[in-house]
Write a new protein. Sequence first.
Length: 300
Amino acid sequence: MNYHINHLKELESESIFIMREVASQFQNPVILFSGGKDSILMTYLAVKAFYPAKVPFPLLHIDTGHNFPETLEYRDNLVDKYGLKLIVGLVQDAIDKGFVTEEKGLTASRNSLQIFTLLDEIEKGKFDAALGGGRRDEEKARAKERFFSHRDEFGQWDPKNQRPELWNLFNGRKNIGEHFRVFPISNWTELDVWQYLASEKVPLPSLYFSHKRPVFERDGVLLADNGYMQKKPSEEVFEEVVRCRTIGDMTCTGVWRSSASTVEEIIAEVATTRMTERGGRADDKRSETSMEDRKKEGYF
């Protein structure tokens, strides 16, 4: 199937160019890996960018302890397939040591607790650049990011103080203790990602394809039934044919009613839907500025 190959090749070329710029400008970069399609795409592009050598960046996965089991299985298989180095930062360790406090109640989530563990792993690893799979079409806060996004010595982001990026010239200069977040697939859309993954025949986690799963409904969003969440008496569990559009912590990742069982069917579904990709993410609904607030504090 022809997915506007020239357009996808231009996006691929831009992303690979940025990854090679990171390799040339920074001493110790790392790829942020969540197990979702965007971080899978990032990893695949990194393999292409440096082939036949191995990817010169390790993967860093911040594990909330509330991941979908399918995500962890896919992650480990991917690492083995490409001979990658994997670093796992555990949110549970930060809770056990008293660095962060676990939320309580019906809406409790470990999603925001990832910030401490992420910044801690960046500091421990002395990483000066962290490549993330954020895209400008995902969410209004992510639309404000540059390709090279500066973070201060506290890991924080100031959206009003960003460097110009003209003619693909990227400024990676920084002071001691600072680092950059780099977003090589900023210009991709959700549809671009799916079309590219289809054209390259990249294997994907089973979560993205329709499957039967116990779910319950909360505030108009279907959530996968799991042992990490407290349910209201009125929230009954039932089986539904669903799939994930994004993959994250089980406590805040909504699932979608869908019969799409192939990448081609997913592409057709994405092309016609009016609901945004993150429309099922409970963590984005906490406030009008929830994503931007978390990003300022050091989130992905």
